[in-house]
Design a protein around this ligand. Sequence first.
Ligand SMILES: NC(=O)C1=CN([C@@H]2O[C@H](COP(=O)(O)OP(=O)(O)OC[C@H]3O[C@@H](n4cnc5c(N)ncnc54)[C@H](OP(=O)(O)O)[C@@H]3O)[C@@H](O)[C@H]2O)C=CC1
Ligand SMILES: O=C[C@H](O)[C@@H](O)[C@@H](O)[C@H](O)C(=O)O
Length: 301
Amino acid sequence: MSDTEFTLNTGAKIPALGLGTWQSAPGEVKNAVSHALKVGYKHIDAAYVYGNEDEVGEGLAEGFKSGIKREDVFLWCTYHSRVEENLDLSLKSLGLDYVDLYLMHWPVPMNPKGNDPKFPKHPDGSRDLDTTWSYTQTWKEMEAVLATGKTRAIGVANFSVPFLEELMKEAKVTPAANQIENHPYLPQQEIVDYCKDKGILITAYSPLGSTGSPLFQEKEIQEVAKKHDVSPGTVLLSYHVARGSSVIPKSVTPSRIEENMKLIKLDSGDVKALDNIAKTHPPNRFVYPAFGVNLGFPDKQ
Ligand SMILES: NC(=O)C1=CN([C@@H]2O[C@H](COP(=O)(O)OP(=O)(O)OC[C@H]3O[C@@H](n4cnc5c(N)ncnc54)[C@H](OP(=O)(O)O)[C@@H]3O)[C@@H](O)[C@H]2O)C=CC1
Ligand SMILES: O=C[C@H](O)[C@@H](O)[C@@H](O)[C@H](O)C(=O)O
């Protein structure tokens, strides 16, 4: 099932499984990317703000010798009013002429002239936001960059339903994807349903529970894994494909990169068992930067 694909609303195909690269350390990520391409990954998730795109690019160059190019890239928050400039920086680092999908990383513009190019802060340590700019303006720039051909599709990340509704009021192009944190502790059914209705593909990030893969320890997940004689990771990743979403586990460990390609078809009972975890477990969001903004997610109200 690792060759499963989904179709974006542009008509393009996107592999259900991609490799994440957040916190993939320099010195490790080149090998992770080239190894992934060599063993059959066709979808790599990278971001300007991860600070490792040069090495991801080296990994792509090496992997292209035996792999096919596929790339998702993010627009960072300090570049909301300079979308094309940020994409150009990523393309240069990655050694590519275009990416297949370009995403707005968070719907929060940050001061482009602040005290840090990626994480500008006020003297009190709070994030320095650009209150003169809105993510709906950013989306217009995303639409303009789509027309240049430097990306084949545009999308968003970390968008809740109310934020997407606001964006859709003015959008000429419907986002092709919404990348959100998604796993049995945070099923986000309302966003998954909204996006399905609008033809927006969900990509699940932190599917293993982020750093250290803590979700492997969850009893219900271990039980479904035991039933199918697979690892908890296979269950966690297959869960998203069963829900019609793509999924991007991160690893810099070659054996895990390969193990994460193993996806199985979960039956409706398995999916129900995984869905039930959220009914007894409080929502747990592993990634929630301190923007100091209400992003509209029900678990953060
Ligand atoms: N849009 C956004 O704001 C965000 C996007 N993302 C994207 O999603 C990707 C995935 O999310 P991320 O938060 O990294 O977390 P994941 O849920 O993918 O977990 C990564 C952790 O799990 C470990 N791991 C991976 N595979 C296995 C395995 N088979 N067995 C045991 N442990 C394993 C990794 O270790 P090791 O590497 O040492 O093998 C790492 O510690 C990111 O890398 C990034 O590309 C993530 C967060 C936010
Ligand atoms: O993609 C990964 C995450 O969104 C990450 O980029 C942010 O959490 C960032 O570290 C921040 O503090 O704003």
